[in-house]
Design a protein around this ligand. Structure first.
Ligand SMILES: Cc1cc2nc3c(=O)[nH]c(=O)nc-3n(C[C@H](O)[C@H](O)[C@H](O)COP(=O)(O)OP(=O)(O)OC[C@H]3O[C@@H](n4cnc5c(N)ncnc54)[C@H](O)[C@@H]3O)c2cc1C
Length: 588
């Protein structure tokens, strides 16, 4: 993968002044920085470097994004990869067996877009309507956001010859895409046979293919999901390979890699600069216009707090001078959780093909010569639905009441068809259920005034009983899918996960709490909202309340945990706020 940023776009440690200083060269950070550099000077401070050189193929080859990225191991004994991952470990999850989990977050140019599983999914129109209602700004309805979704991406239709799978022709709505750029979105050039059968099983229980896919504001039924992928080379597309490359050669954009932003500096309540440390050298990058915090869901609230913006009691307990008492900072963390239902299967899968010394060389040839074959395979098949009446009737009254408050087109469960190799090398078919609306709330706080100390993360898993209740119903629905003819035709016998012995509602809930995991979609720790709302940290133009010349632009400002997958909306919101700034919007 060619790295196209020029040498004179790499910052030299030392005091300097730019129009805008962006903290975090991740998904949102590189997007907004590239757009602002169209008309202004911009510095990007990023703690990591280039993942292509620091971490190699594991972050580049699509199949490896599913199986080869060992940093996504959630166990407490995860393999340590400090060159690409922040290596965060949460507080014990009191409602989830006391588990402490490793929470992967990209520490690299590209941020978590360099670690993610590449699914490109927008949320439902009703979710953006809720966003608009919560922040009191109609520009957040799906129709009004669509131009920014379109602006950020360039869609390449699927290559049906390379996919070579009649049962897996993607459906999508070309009107939801424009002639945008720079982020490539397309479909992988290989379809996993196991997933094809699991997709059929989901369809057979009533989750018909949605002819519009997941980019038109509808989130129901099933779809072959597009990926953030370079279709010509079948390599990962991240904010670095898209937006940073777009700005390559534009010397108004200067990147400070392997550099840690340790504090936002204020004159009174006006943000003026950032204290930065690069390999032991400390210096100040000043902003003549604004500072934009794009450090992600855990580090953005941490940076605000260590800089004096956050709940007063927290700041004072760490001897941090209070710039603005903002109680919502770090609150309202929403983290959707997920469980699997799995069987051994007779069909092959991508992982099996590349693990077999007989078939691996041909797979490698296909990838290197044609950008095709199993190595090019990432995202698969996803379905969304509102729970069936039969399953809804099994829920707690309180869960039913909570779900009833959601818009009528809001999906409640997401099902992802997947496959992996068991420890003995056998192919496993797996379908997961994920909650679409996270009722539980967690939080992020600080252990000290030092930004280099890890933030303290409580995911709040199952603090609201509705989440576990919905997942129990999700397992029951997946058992219906596994009982269907297509799934039975590949199943090699009894259910392995959770296993037939887990059958009563009580047992299922215990299984859920002991085994549910993240799907790495946490949000809302610096929520957008109306001034005075308990959780509100930024207004609808992403400006931090109580201070001047400071915005937060990343997934932490989502006011709710949106159904679907977040990265499409992260790129969108960065485009939107860049446009607001470009039009002279709202400098405080
Ligand atoms: C394993 C995994 C799988 C996922 N799968 C999908 C998927 O398939 N589809 C989807 O839509 N979403 C997926 N996501 C979620 C999605 O990738 C994230 O929601 C999104 O990338 C978040 O973007 P962000 O800009 O908020 O933060 P990030 O992209 O994480 O960027 C934050 C950046 O700030 C930097 N930073 C933080 N603190 C500092 C500091 N003090 N100084 C300097 N730099 C700092 C970080 O190094 C990082 O580069 C996945 C995420 C993960 C981790």
């Amino acid at each position: 993968v060619p790295l196209r940023i020029r040498a004179d776009q790499v910052g030299t440690p030392g005091d300097a002044t730019f129009d805008y200083v962006v903290i975090g060269g991740g998904t949102a950070g590189l997007t907004i920085a590239a757009r602002l550099s169209e008309f202004a000077s911009v510095a990007v401070i990023e703690a990591g470097g280039y993942y292509q050189t620091d971490y190699g193929n594991a972050s580049v080859v699509p199949l490896l994004s599913l199986t080869g990225i060992d940093v996504i191991d959630p166990s407490e004994t995860f393999p340590h990869r400090p060159e690409i991952d922040w290596e965060l470990v949460t507080q014990p999850q009191t409602n989830a067996g006391g588990r402490k989990v490793h929470y992967a977050q990209g520490k690299t140019l590209g941020g978590s877009s360099a670690l993610n599983t590449m699914s490109y999914v927008r949320s439902s129109a009703s979710a953006y309507q809720r966003w608009a209602d919560l922040v009191g700004d109609n520009s957040y309805t799906f129709d009004n956001l669509l131009p920014y979704f379109k602006k950020s991406v360039r869609l390449t239709p699927p290559n049906l010859t390379k996919r070579n799978a009649v049962n897996a022709t993607p459906e999508y709505d070309t009107n939801s895409f424009g002639a945008g750029s720079p982020l490539d979105v397309s479909w992988n050039n290989w379809v996993d046979p196991t997933i094809t059968w699991l997709a059929k099983s989901l369809q057979s229980i009533g989750l018909a293919i949605n002819p519009k896919g997941w980019s038109s504001g509808q989130l129901n039924g099933g779809s072959w999901v597009p990926s953030t992928i370079d279709p010509a080379h079948a390599t990962r597309e991240s904010s670095q390979t898209s937006f940073l490359d777009y700005a390559a050669g534009n010397t108004r954009l200067v990147v400070y890699p392997h550099s840690m932003a340790s504090k936002i500096l204020f004159k009174g309540t006006t943000a003026t600069g950032v204290s930065v440390n690069t390999a032991g050298t400390t210096y100040t990058l000043s902003a003549s216009k604004e500072i934009i915090v794009s450090a992600g869901v855990f580090h953005s609230p941490q940076l605000l707090m260590v800089s004096g913006v956050g709940p007063k009691a927290t700041l004072e307990s760490k001897s941090i001078a209070v710039v603005a008492d903002l109680p919502g900072v770090g609150q309202n963390l929403r983290d959707p959780v997920s469980v699997n239902v799995a069987h051994f299967v007779s069909t092959t899968n991508a992982q099996g093909v590349v693990a077999n010394p007989v078939t691996q060389p041909e797979a490698l040839r296909q990838y290197q010569e044609d950008a095709a074959g199993p190595y090019s395979s990432a995202a698969g098949y996803i379905s969304y639905e509102r729970l069936t009446n039969e399953l809804r009737s099994t829920l707690l009254d309180t869960t039913r009441a909570a779900l009833a408050k959601l818009p009528s087109d809001s999906p409640e469960v997401q099902f992802i068809a997947g496959t992996f190799l068991w420890t003995n090398g056998s192919a496993m078919g797996s379908m997961s259920a994920t909650i679409c609306n996270t009722f539980s709330r967690g939080s992020v706080t600080i252990s000290s005034s030092n930004a280099s100390d890890a933030p303290v993360i409580d995911l709040g898993w199952f603090s609201d009983p509705a989440d576990g209740d919905v997942l129990v119903a999700g397992i029951k629905r997946l058992r219906q899918a596994w009982a269907s003819d297509p799934a039975q035709s590949i199943s090699l016998g009894a259910e392995v996960i959770p296993g037939d012995s887990v059958s009563t509602d009580e047992q299922l809930l215990a299984f859920v709490k002991a085994n549910a995991n993240m799907i790495w979609h946490p949000s809302s720790t610096c929520s957008m909202g109306k001034q005075g709302d308990a959780d509100a940290v930024v207004d609808s133009q992403a400006r931090v309340f109580g201070v001047q010349r400071l915005r937060v632009v990343d997934i932490s400002i989502f006011p709710l945990s949106i159904p679907g997958h977040p990265q499409a909306s992260v790129y969108m919101v960065a485009e939107k706020i860049a446009d607001i700034i470009k039009k002279g919007g709202g400098v405080q």
